[in-house]
Design a protein around this ligand. Structure first.
Ligand code: GDP
Length: 296
């Protein structure tokens, strides 16, 4: 079943009207001297001190990849770059993810069934992906400015996998869904399906795909689930530090083609990330902050 909401969002995005993105649509100024940023974390200040080439790679990995596109490769990635926030917006989003006395970021609870999930009004985002895709590593990277948050990993066979809920200040809840695939508990599909179908405050689903491996049969099933429930979802490509630029570009183009031709509800822009170098992680934080209305 194709999602009409998805195609609506896609059209809005194509027309430059992606809901709530507002001024984030403005093309970021060429990476030269940036506007004066208000208080930012020492870690992010460090990022801003990187030489320009490295800064582009860390903050805008797609932009960096585009430079290596040859003209006969067909439609590039530029058309897909709908979310292109300024450095200032990226810095603002950093503060949403930085734990302070006034911005408490904490693990809330775990649940195996939706009716055990915390009942919250604030917007929610969830992360799904097959086991080993790099989900825990990415969530740890997202919470690097909240060192007290423990991202629980349960990988032992037979160990019940749960949905883990994290509260990000007054802004939103982040849900780490159990990894699917080999070793997934039998009730996994029920748990995840019910959550995706019925969680009313769910704003965005982030589907992780390993950039080295590409889209697997298991990823396809997750895509079909998101499409069937007409969910607005976003594809994250993990472990981009593991490949050569040429191989990564090939993979990104292939996955982009898949998104363009096989999906309706998927945001047309991919989010390549590395939990090791943190490339793409700041941009992703900004996107999450935006879709949850945290940048207002
Ligand atoms: P999960 O099962 O999806 O939670 O996957 P993990 O986060 O545990 O990662 C699975 C494996 O991939 C681990 O060995 C990680 O160290 C590795 N990994 C995860 N993310 C990255 C990344 O961005 N770059 C590299 N090089 N390795 C990664």
């Amino acid at each position: 079943m194709k999602s009409s909401r998805g195609s609506w969002e896609r059209k809005m995005a194509a027309a430059g009207l992606w809901p709530r993105v507002g001024r984030l649509f403005e093309m970021a100024p060429a990476l030269g001297p940036w506007p004066r940023l208000y208080s930012t974390s020492p870690a992010f200040a460090e990022v801003l001190r990187l030489p320009q080439k490295q800064l582009t790679k860390v903050l805008y990995p797609l932009r960096e990849l585009e430079q290596h596109l040859v003209s006969d490769t067909g439609p590039g990635l530029i058309e897909q770059r709908l979310f292109d926030p300024s450095l200032e917006d990226i810095a603002r989003a950093e503060s949403v993810f930085a734990a302070t006395a006034r911005n408490r970021i904490e693990y809330l609870s775990s649940a195996v069934r939706l009716d055990h999930a915390p009942s919250l009004q604030q917007p929610e985002v969830c992360f799904i992906g097959r086991s080993n895709v790099g989900k825990s590593s990415l969530i740890k990277a997202l919470f690097s400015l909240a060192p007290d948050v423990e991202v629980r990993v349960s990988k032992k066979p037979g160990h019940t996998k749960k949905m883990n809920f994290f509260k990000v200040g007054k802004y939103f809840t982040l849900v780490d869904m159990p990894g699917y695939g080999y070793r997934a508990p039998e009730d996994f599909v029920d748990m995840v399906e019910t959550y995706l179908k019925e969680r009313t405050n769910l704003k965005r689903t982030f589907l992780l795909v390993d950039s080295v491996v590409g889209i697997t049969k298991l990823d396809n099933i997750a895509v079909e689930m998101c499409e069937e429930f007409a969910l607005p979802y976003v594809m994250i490509l993990t472990k981009i530090d593991r490949s050569s630029k040429g191989y990564l570009l090939k993979q990104v183009l292939q996955i982009q083609k898949y998104v363009n031709t096989q999906t309706q509800g998927c945001f047309p822009q991919l989010f390549p990330i590395s939990a090791v170098t943190h490339s793409g992680v700041h941009l992703l934080k900004c996107f999450i902050a935006d879709v949850t209305g945290s940048l207002k």
